[in-house]
Design a protein around this ligand. Structure first.
Ligand SMILES: [Cu+2]
Length: 148
C-alpha cells in the first residue's frame, strides 16, 4: 500500500503545481510575464472541419509555446504554413518561439491554432477558454471569441 500512497501524494503535488502555474497574475520570480490579445476562433463553414485560432501572445523573446489546451476543445494543434513544391500547406509543429520583438502572432495564412472537435456549448456561448503553456512552465489563459 506504500507504493499506492506515494503515487497518490505525487498526484496531489502534481495538481498543486498545475494550479500554481495557472495564476499568472501573481507570478513568482523566474516566471515569464505573458499576455494575450484579440484571440478569435473562426469556425470552418464545412461541417466536421477544424477551426482556426488567431490572436497575439506577448512575452519574452525566444520563449517556446509548447501547447494550447481547452476544456471545450477535443484537440488543439500548433500549425505553421510551409511552401511544399510551390503550394503553401499547413504543418503541425511541437512548439513555436516568441519572436525577437516579444510577440507571437497567429493569423490567417500564417502561424495559427487548429482546433478540432469544439463543444457545441462553447459555439453557442460564442466563447472558448484557451490555456497556453510554455517551456519554462509559465501558462496563460485567455478567452477567444467564436466567429462563424
Ligand atoms: Cu492548420
Amino acid at each position: 500500500m506504500k507504493v499506492l500512497n506515494l503515487a497518490k501524494s505525487a498526484a496531489i503535488i502534481g495538481l498543486a503545481l498545475v494550479s500554481a502555474c495557472s495564476e499568472e497574475a501573481a507570478a513568482p520570480a523566474g516566471t515569464a510575464v505573458l499576455s494575450a490579445e484579440n484571440f478569435t476562433v473562426r469556425l470552418n463553414p464545412a461541417p466536421g472541419r477544424p477551426a482556426g485560432g488567431y490572436g497575439v501572445i506577448k512575452g519574452p523573446a525566444s520563449l517556446a509555446l509548447t501547447q494550447v489546451t481547452s476544456a471545450e476543445v477535443g484537440r488543439i494543434e500548433l500549425h505553421i504554413m510551409e511552401d511544399q513544391g510551390g503550394a503553401m500547406r499547413m504543418k503541425k509543429v511541437d512548439a513555436l518561439l516568441i519572436d525577437s520583438d516579444g510577440t507571437l502572432t497567429f493569423e490567417p495564412g500564417g502561424r495559427h491554432l487548429m482546433l478540432f472537435d469544439i463543444a457545441e456549448v462553447a459555439v453557442d456561448d460564442g466563447q472558448i477558454t484557451l490555456t497556453a503553456e510554455f517551456a519554462d512552465s509559465s501558462s496563460l489563459t485567455t478567452e477567444a471569441q467564436v466567429k462563424r
